[in-house]
Design a protein around this ligand. Structure first.
Ligand code: NDP
Length: 459
């Protein structure tokens, strides 16, 4: 357990139920620190609510939700371009199917392990419930690193991965999508192999290409949704993105479309990053510069440092962008990328709003800083739910064998993000008017799943 976890758990320990639950969880899932962190955050929000509603406590709903329905771990052998045999590990965590088929992305990154995927799958259950669509929660992936691999190597890996995964998924069972390291190219290879093995053209994955069952706006959805959610939060203060200085981390799918939408709403994005460092462009990353980033990252698969060389911007190797003064911060790279000190720097520099495009990018003590200072803080499970929402809409279009226009899908996405915001306000508004979006998202996401589990008996 990290020291921040130990510190922030003291308040949960005030409740013997919370203490016993967390101690049990940690001893049953040793070493899975990100999973402990995600469950602990949810538990803190839910303790009072569960005490007030003994039906959930008696049926051990929280204990059941923290135990995956099924986890599949498998060998992924493949051959690289030199003819060498390589072996990776594949996973699918099928966390909860109370309200629909398991749904959640696949992550290909060398840091992937069981604890990280369990944290992501656990978060996904609440997120999917918030979207108002009928989707359960899951997550999967591999420690395979697509960086510096040729298209042929990525294809052979994806084919081997899907050869096993295909036995466990299906359009009414489990519908994976993309995440870090899994974009349009990987979804294509995975879908092709599923189709070959099963002889079925079906909506078994989302994030597919437009020509073969994909939805318009799916690539944009997580980034756009993160900005729509931030915009809803700003509206509660009668404010907007107009003229705001915005820091964004990451430079992949979510960061790119977050930047595009901020530009559209009149804000100025001044940073982007990757795992090697960040760039600062005080003139703003406009549409033309963003086009360069998209080419650099999606086609050339290069490093963000090249942006600085091309446009004369500043480059900070091995650093994160949070020391740059901003009004709004949109973390869109990875988990635990804002710590307590960085959270404090953001606040000291006048940041009023944080909306998380990434999953759990803020450490627990960073979140405490936001809440103490009562800024607008949208946690990932609410703020980045736009991606899975449009995945849900892709599933609907596949079932109907129809495709909706860009405007129709974007309209649905915007409405869903407004609904998620309203749910957070409903469950998170405190007596003094402060909206605690963490509590709002956790309780709002919990109720629907908990009720479904109660109705379905001991599942
Ligand atoms: P991409 O693979 O497209 O981009 C990831 C970006 O984050 C890259 O710039 C990458 O840099 C950077 N990054 C990854 N790992 C690290 C790390 N350990 N340290 C620093 N930077 C890192 O992924 P997405 O944009 O799809 O995902 C970004 C985040 O958004 C993740 O947290 C994901 O779970 C979350 N998310 C994504 C959704 C989606 O629809 N895609 C839906 C909901 C949430 P580099 O290129 O150097 O690896």
């Amino acid at each position: 357990m990290t020291s921040t976890m130990t510190n922030s758990m003291t308040s949960a320990h005030k409740s013997s139920f919370g203490e016993e639950f967390m101690n049990n969880l940690i001893s049953r899932n040793p070493g899975e620190v990100e999973f402990h962190q995600a469950v602990h955050e949810v538990t803190e929000s839910l303790l009072d609510f569960i005490e007030d509603n003994p039906k959930y406590k008696n049926a051990k709903i929280l204990e059941r939700m923290a135990e995956a329905e099924r986890i599949i771990i498998f060998r992924v052998p493949w051959v690289d371009d030199k003819g060498e045999v390589r072996v990776n590990r594949g996973y699918r965590v099928e966390m909860n199917s109370a309200i629909g088929p398991y749904k959640g992305g696949l992550r290909f990154h060398p840091t992937v392990n069981l604890g990280i995927l369990k944290f992501l799958a656990f978060e996904q259950v609440f997120k999917n419930s918030l979207t108002t669509l009928p989707m359960g929660g899951g997550k999967g992936g591999s420690d395979f690193d697509p960086k510096q691999k040729t298209d042929g190597e990525v294809m052979r890996f994806c084919q081997s991965f899907m050869t096993e995964l295909s036995k466990h998924i299906g359009p009414n069972t489990d519908v994976p999508a993309g995440d870090i390291g899994v974009g349009g190219r990987e979804i294509g290879f995975l879908f092709g192999q599923y189709k070959r093995l099963r002889n079925e053209f079906t909506g078994v994955l989302t994030g597919k290409g437009r020509e073969w069952g994909g939805s318009l706006i799916r690539p944009e959805a997580t980034g756009y949704g993160t900005v729509y959610f931030a915009d809803e939060m700003l509206k509660t203060k009668k404010d907007s993105f107009k003229g705001k200085i915005v820091t964004v981390s990451g430079s992949g799918n979510v960061a790119q479309f977050t930047t595009e939408k901020v530009n559209e709403l009149g804000g100025k994005v001044v940073t982007l990053s990757d795992s090697s460092g960040f760039i600062y462009d005080s003139n703003g990353i406009d549409a033309d510069k963003l086009k360069f980033v998209m080419r650099l990252k999606n086609i050339k698969r290069g490093r963000i440092e090249e942006y600085a060389k091309k446009f004369g911007a500043e480059y900070y190797p091995n650093e994160r962008p949070w020391k740059i003064k901003c009004d709004v911060a949109l973390p869109c790279a990875t988990q635990n990328e804002i710590n307590k000190e960085e959270a404090q720097i953001l606040i000291n520099n006048g940041c009023i709003c944080i909306s998380e495009g990434a999953n759990m990018p803020s450490t627990p003590d960073a979140v405490e800083v936001y809440l103490e200072n009562k800024i607008l803080y949208g946690p990932g499970k609410a703020a980045n739910a736009g991606g899975v929402s449009v995945s849900g809409l892709e599933m609907s279009q596949n079932s109907l064998r129809m495709s909706w226009t860009r405007e129709e899908v974007d309209g649905h996405l915007k409405r869903i993000m407004e609904d998620i915001h309203a749910t957070c306000v409903k469950y998170g508004k405190k007596q003094d008017g402060f909206i605690n979006y963490v509590d709002g998202a956790n309780i709002g996401g919990f109720v629907k799943v908990a009720e479904a589990m109660l109705a379905q008996g001991l599942v």
